[in-house]
Design a protein around this ligand. Sequence first.
Ligand code: UD1
Length: 368
Amino acid sequence: MTPKKVTCVVGARPNFMKVAPVYRALQARGLDVRLVHTGQHYDERMSEIFFNQLDMPRPDAFLGVGSGSHAVQTAKVLTSFDEDCDTFGPDLVLVAGDVNSTVACAMVAAKRGIAVGHIEAGLRSRDWAMPEEINRILTDALSDLLLTPSADGDENLGAEGVPSWRIYRVGNLMIDTLRRNLERARALPTLDELGLEAANYAVVTLHRPSNVDHPDQLARLFAALGKVAERLPIIFPIHPRTRQRLEAAGIDVAAGIELLEPLGYLQFLGSMASAKLVLTDSGGIQEETTALGVPCLTLRDNTERPITVDEGTNTLLGSDASKIVPAVDQILATGGKTGRVPDLWDGRSAERVADVVCGGFPTLLEGG
Ligand code: UD1
């Protein structure tokens, strides 16, 4: 089938930078494109600021689902996106990443007989305790177009028995956005405003339930970060979920750790690009640091992005807080891991998505 009307879905912060370049590329090819925001993330600094900075138009529809348990949040997206499909009648729905909005919209579309394309298909952490892993596997099962960022994605899908006609390796869309905005980000006075000196500070982000939902684990991580802050200053733009947990647990934040409100895309990109190192449990930041050549320590036991470890600057540290200080000392002593930028992380992924969509493709409904 060759679609004419495409709905692009965004829901949470990491979706915006993946969908922005695709939206632009599809519009440039003359398709009728609708942008739907489910409202999973709704704070100004988790959502609105990205539309301004990424040259994305206001969404055509804002579903306003907000926060809630996984079931409630997913259910609200199901019912409200179903109604949105009545309004627009898309023949392709594009979803991105692994958040609850992703799987919910894919399910609505598949049940309505609408083709589904999954941006960032094929990633696997093999950790069934992660809600994102469940979302990834279900979304891939529902998708006609599996748009993968790297060869490991194709291999994971192949190993699950997915036929090759559904798999299209397009590269990393998040890196399209990074390359488009890097100079703009570097030109901002972010470092001066934060009182930082290039290559002499660390950036930290943490928001995964495995790190922030258990007060003891969160306290151990903050104690270790306090020791890191004796070596170099830390900025920590804090996710609302992490701030809630930190305050509820009454954990002291050491001097030298500056907690900031969530930063805009450009400010955050600029601060990563000049950092000595980054400590994170985010998925996207593992990729962005690899593209920037900045050493990254990932505070998780697994990653769905192994290419950032095999080829890039990422080191999987695990969840044991006692490993943080030695790993930071090693980076300070040696400069840390240097890597290379993986294949097809070249800023042209959205054009490849547009080629696939406009070139026509077989669907699950037609039997392939
Ligand atoms: C979600 C994604 C996660 C992604 C992360 C990026 C799922 C299952 N998880 O996790 O994969 O890495 O986004 O940020 O979809 N909150 C606010 N304001 C907001 C958004 C959230 O205050 O704009 C608070 C709410 O209290 C909410 C909590 O943060 O309960 C968690 O938000 P939620 O969207 O449920 O999940 P994230 O932890 O953000």
